[in-house]
Design a protein around this ligand. Structure first.
Ligand code: GLP
Length: 276
C-alpha cells in the first residue's frame, strides 16, 4: 500500500533541523517517497529525480529501499539522473559513483535499468556527453526533485567555489581541499583521487522544481552558515538555494552549530508554524 500524505507546498528556502542525522535521513526519505506518490496519484508522467552520492545520503537510501520492499513507494515510474561522476575512473572501480549508486540504491529498488542515468566519466567526447545529459534531463520533463549533499566548502554536486551559479553540466576541476577530503575513499592518498569530474551545474540543480539538500555533522557547519547567512555567491555554491522557491536543507543539530542563535530560532519557528 503506497503511503500518501497531503503536505503543504514549501515556499522559500527552508531549514529542517532534526536532532541527529538518523532523524534527518528518515525525514528526507519520507519526503521523497511522498513526492513520488503524490505525482503518481495525479498523473502517469514519470517522476524525475536527481540523486547524489557521498556518505550523507546512505541512510536516506536505506529507508527508501525499506519503503520499496514494504510496498510504500515504487521507483517503476521514476527516471533518475545522478549529479556527478569522476573523470577517468573505470565504472567498475569501487569508488566510482556508478558503483556507489548500484551498491547503495539501484540494486535494491525497482527502478528500471533504462531509467537510470549517470554521467559517463570515460566518454570519448566529454563536452558532448555533458550536453547530451542536459538534453536528456529536458526530454524527461525536467527535475521534479533534486536530492543533494554538500561538500565541506559548500559545494553542491562538484560545483566547487568559483563555479558560476548559472552553470550547467560540464567537466570541472576539483579543488585540492575536495581531493584531500575525498581521499578517505582512496587509501587516504589525495593523489589517487581523480583531478576532474563531470558535474551537473548549479543551475541544473536549481532548475529542479524542488531541491532537498542533506547536511549532517559538525564538518558541514561552516558550509551551512555560509549557505544560510552568507551572500548569494559562487564561493559557496549551495547558497544558490537562497533564490529558490522550493528549496530545503535538511540539517542536524551539529551542522547548525555555527548558525546565529536568531537564525536557528527563526527556522525552528517556521518549521513549527508551517508544520513541515
Ligand atoms: C562529493 C560529492 C558531493 C557530496 C560530497 C559530500 O564531493 N561530489 O555530491 O555532496 O562529496 O560527501 P559526504 O556526504 O561524504 O560528506
Amino acid at each position: 500500500m503506497a503511503i500518501f500524505v497531503e503536505r503543504k507546498k514549501i515556499n522559500d528556502m527552508k531549514l529542517i533541523i532534526r536532532d541527529n542525522s538518523a532523524a534527518g535521513s528518515l525525514w528526507a526519505a519520507h519526503h521523497i517517497a511522498d513526492a513520488i506518490n503524490r505525482k503518481a496519484a495525479k498523473s502517469n508522467e514519470p517522476f524525475v529525480l536527481g540523486l547524489c552520492t557521498g556518505s550523507t545520503p546512505i541512510e536516506t537510501y536505506k529507508e527508501l529501499i525499506r519503503m520499496v520492499k514494504a510496498g510504500e513507494v515504487s521507483f517503476k515510474n521514476v527516471i533518475s539522473f545522478n549529479m556527478d561522476e569522476y573523470v577517468g575512473l573505470p565504472e567498475s572501480h569501487p569508488e566510482s559513483y556508478h558503483s556507489f549508486m548500484h551498491k547503495y540504491l539501484f540494486d535494491q529498488i525497482d527502478e528500471p535499468a533504462q531509467n537510470i542515468h549517470i554521467l559517463n566519466g570515460n566518454a570519448a567526447d566529454p563536452a558532448a556527453e555533458c550536453e547530451a545529459y542536459e538534453k536528456a534531463i529536458e526530454a524527461a520533463g525536467g527535475f521534479d526533485l533534486f536530492l543533494g549533499g554538500i561538500g565541506e566548502d559548500g559545494h553542491i554536486a562538484f560545483n566547487e567555489p568559483f563555479s558560476p551559479l548559472t552553470s550547467r553540466t560540464r567537466v570541472v576541476t576539483l579543488t585540492e581541499d575536495t581531493r584531500i577530503v575525498n581521499s578517505r575513499f582512496f587509501d587516504n592518498d589525495p593523489n589517487k583521487v581523480p583531478k576532474q569530474a563531470m558535474s551537473v551545474g548549479v543551475a541544473t540543480v536549481t532548475s529542479s522544481r524542488e531541491v532537498v539538500i542533506l547536511a549532517f555533522g559538525p564538518k558541514k557547519a561552516r558550509a551551512i552558515k555560509d549557505a544560510v547567512e552568507g551572500p548569494y555567491s559562487h564561493m559557496c555554491t549551495v547558497s544558490a538555494l537562497q533564490n529558490h522557491q522550493n528549496g530545503i536543507i535538511v540539517c542536524d543539530e551539529a551542522s547548525c552549530g555555527e548558525l546565529k542563535l536568531n537564525s536557528y530560532r527563526y527556522f525552528k519557528a517556521v518549521e513549527a508554524a508551517e508544520n513541515i
